[in-house]
Every structure is written in C-alpha cells, then in structure tokens.
Design a protein around this ligand. Structure first.
Ligand SMILES: C[S@@+](CC[C@H](N)C(=O)[O-])C[C@H]1O[C@@H](n2cnc3c(N)ncnc32)[C@H](O)[C@@H]1O
Length: 422
C-alpha cells in the first residue's frame, strides 16, 4: 500500500495538472489515516499558490519549473510544516521517503534541503509571499472578480476560503428536538459549538459523519448553515405542489419534506442519474417516497405533467466560489470562461422553470457562488426580462451570504409570479 504522503502528493498533482475534481474516496488508505490524508490534500490545495511561491523562494527555481509531481510533493510537505502542528521530524522523513516511492528519488536531497530550510526557527513564509495571488492563494481572474464584486469584503472572503470549514448538521425536527439531539451528541462525546436557525448545530470539532448518532436513519443531515436557509426561505406549506429542480443529493429536498411534515406534494428533479441514486438513498433512509425525475430543468417538456407548481426551488449548478474552503479543487479547475457558461445555464433553467409556476407562486433561486454574474446580475436581468409578471420578494436576512464568517457563501433570491389580472 502507498504511504499517506505519496498518496496525498498524487491526489494534489492530479487536481493541479489535469484539472480533474478531487475524489479522495478513490484512494485506498486505512480508515485511521483518512482524516490525515484529507487534511494534507485539502490544506495543500487551499494554500497552493502561496506554498509554490515559498518553493520558488527556497529553490530559486522561478525560471526552470520543477517536475509537477515533485512540486506537489514539496507543496504537501511544506503545508504540513508551515500550516499544521504535525511534528517536523515525521513530516521531513516521510516526505523524503515519499519522494523515493514516487520515483523522485534523485530529488530526495532537494526535498530534504527545502523541508529543513522551511523548518528553521527563523523561517517566515510571509516574507516570500509578494503578489496578492500568493498571499491569498487565489487565481488572478477570481481575485479580480472578487475585488470588483465585494470591494469591502474580498480579503475576508478569501481568508475564510483558505480556512478549515466547520461542520454543521441539520436535525430532523419531525423526529427529535435540537436539545434531545444535542444530548445524544454529548453521549457520543461530540461537543456542540453553536446553533443556527431552528435545526442547525455547529460541531466544535469536525468528525466522520458515520459517528453522528442516527445519521443512517436520517435523524440528521450534514449541511452548512447557509444551505439550511434554502428550505426555510422557500417557505413550503402543507398541501402545496413543490418542485425541487436541481435536487440531488437531496439535502434541501429532505428539509422541505421535514418542514411540511410530509404533507406537501414534492417532486425532485435532477439531470444526473448518479446523483439521483444518492437522493433516493437519502429518501429511503428516512422512509420517504416522492416523485423523482431525471431531466433537464431548462427543458421541462419531457418531464412536466402540465400541473403548475406553487413553489419551485432552483438550487442552480454554479461556480462554487462560496464553498472554496470545502472544495479547494475549484480554485484549480475553474476558469473565468466557465462563469459565463454557468450563468447561461442558470438563465436557461430560470426561464424553463418560470413557466411551470402558477400565478401567485414563488421561485427561490439559490447558488453557492459569491460572483455577481451568477447571483444579483442574473436576478436583475431576469426581472428586467419579466417586468410584467415577476417581482422580487424580500427575504428575512441578507441574500448575499459572503462566506467570510463561519457560514458558506450563498446567494438567495425569491421571485414571485404576479397573480393574473382579473
Ligand atoms: C448545487 S447542486 C444541488 C444540491 C442539492 N439541491 C442539495 O441540496 O442536495 C446542483 C445540482 O444540479 C444538477 N443539475 C445540473 N444541471 C442541471 C439541469 N440542466 N437540470 C437539472 N439538474 C441539473 C446537478 O446534477 C446537481 O445535482
């Protein structure tokens, strides 16, 4: 079996060079090592541009680029040294061993030297970070956009993006109370740090989801506090016909069903059959059955039964720029061109779904993006195109959760379809 350090370096290398999404589930590592692997890979990807500046500083290799796998190995080793409390000796020796395992044995002297210099007591990584892209470990296009879209908060947003995310769960209030569930957590030795909304609990320390009491039976769901606002803002009522249009894996579908006590007629739609399987599993573990459809939200004709919906949730596919701390691979995979494509897709979905809404009905649009093009601009343009039939509904709190606190960055807008004139 490969060591944790070489597995981590390969995983980082794959994301950075081939722009493929991170998939740590495919790595075969002993269960006890999974948390360490995750910490190293996620942390390295979050701080990659900054760490690479340190590597350049320590190897004086600004011109001749290092072998990309060697760079990924050095970056993951330096991440452990400079950003975690993992003991120096273990980090240096394990990283040098991993170089041999990765057939980079000829560079083991370089690896050893770089790691030792970074471990010196007077070494300060901040001295080597000059450009903003390095200080914030952020691609320049995204940095530019965040500065424009959030002139007051871009630095806080980026700092939060590079931090370890807290773990939030949502308690199923139809089957327990938050106090009762908190007591169960306490019995399992899991401490609570905070609460949000009616059902949200922030854990003091992240733990494997499998340790959460009743998770298999659906007593709770792992979901950030910002995402928990979707079903609340949708405000679903018993007896209504509701469409969750981009539903998989069902975090918000199950919440809608909980809020309505199973008394609403909820349809769940998604384009991905693989993700719909996960939604079905989530429903089954809670003993819930609803209509689940595979289809394109932008093209309702093949799946819509012609009965209008009272409420529609469009939790649109987006850049994920509000959840970079949970998905740091996004910084390495997305390009600026993707944003225009995503925005065009979101617009097509908004247009497709709008026609399914009954007059007087509500559509809640949400993204986990903090970019205006996918958020406020998208909604402003929609309202401009549908001036006669759509209006903006106020929401209880800021629609733009920028993700600079302990919640993910999210955007919400509620659109009402004006009733027909008599
Ligand atoms: C943000 S995720 C949804 C998360 C989900 N609402 C939850 O809370 O668990 C976006 C989803 O949109 C789906 N999707 C992407 N394009 C779509 C389309 N054209 N029509 C329907 N679903 C689509 C993706 O497969 C993905 O599951």
């Amino acid at each position: 079996m490969n060591s944790i350090r070489s597995t981590a370096a390969r995983a980082v290398h794959r994301v950075v060079t081939s722009r493929t999404p991170l998939d740590l589930d495919r790595e075969s590592v002993p269960g006890k090592d999974r948390a360490l692997l995750q910490e190293i890979v996620m942390g390295t990807l979050r701080n990659y541009q900054g760490i690479c500046a340190v590597i350049r500083g320590l190897t004086a290799s600004s011109k001749s680029r290092l072998d990309p796998l060697l760079e990924a190995l050095l970056a993951s080793g330096l991440y452990q040294l400079l950003y975690t409390g993992i003991p120096v000796y273990a980090t240096v020796s394990e990283t040098v061993n991993a170089a041999r395992e990765l057939h980079l044995g000829r560079a083991s002297g370089l690896v050893n030297a770089v790691m030792r210099r970074a471990a010196a007591p007077d070494f300060r990584k901040e001295d080597m970070l000059k450009k903003e892209e390095e200080i914030y470990s952020c691609p320049s296009w995204l940095l530019r956009r965040l500065k424009t879209d959030h002139p007051e908060r871009w630095q806080d947003i980026l700092k939060a993006s590079n931090s370890r995310p807290p773990m939030w769960i949502r308690v199923d209030l139809t089957r327990t109370t938050r106090d009762e569930y908190t007591a169960k957590l306490d019995e399992s030795g899991i401490a609570v740090a905070d609460t949000a909304g009616d059902a949200g609990i922030k854990l003091a320390v992240t733990c494997p989801a499998s340790r959460l009491p009743g998770i298999r039976e659906g007593l709770c769901y792992v979901q950030d506090a910002s995402a928990q606002a979707a079903a609340v803002y949708l405000d679903p009522q018993p007896g209504e016909r509701i469409l969750d249009a981009c539903a998989a894996p069902g975090g918000k579908t199950t919440h809608i069903l909980e809020i309505t006590g199973g008394k609403a007629r909820v349809d769940a739609l998604d384009i991905s059959s693989g993700r719909l399987l996960r939604l079905q599993e989530n429903l089954k573990s809670r003993g819930l059955t609803i209509r689940v459809m595979e289809g394109d939200a932008a093209d309702p004709a093949p799946w819509w039964d012609r009965e209008p919906y009272d409420r529609i949730l469009l939790d649109a596919p987006c850049s994920g720029t509000g959840v970079l701390r949970r998905h740091p691979d996004i910084k390495h995979i997305r390009t600026e061109k993707d944003i225009a494509k995503l925005a065009a897709g979101q617009q097509a979905m908004l247009e497709g779904l709008w026609t399914l809404l009954r007059p007087g009905g509500t559509l809640l649009y949400s993204t986990c993006s903090v970019l205006r093009q996918e958020d406020q601009d998208q909604i402003d343009a929609f309202l401009e195109r549908h001036r006669d039939e759509a209006c903006h509904l106020p929401l209880p709190e800021s629609v733009h959760i920028t993700g600079d606190g302990d919640r993910d960055g999210f955007f919400y807008a509620a659109l009402a379809r004006k009733p027909l004139k008599a």
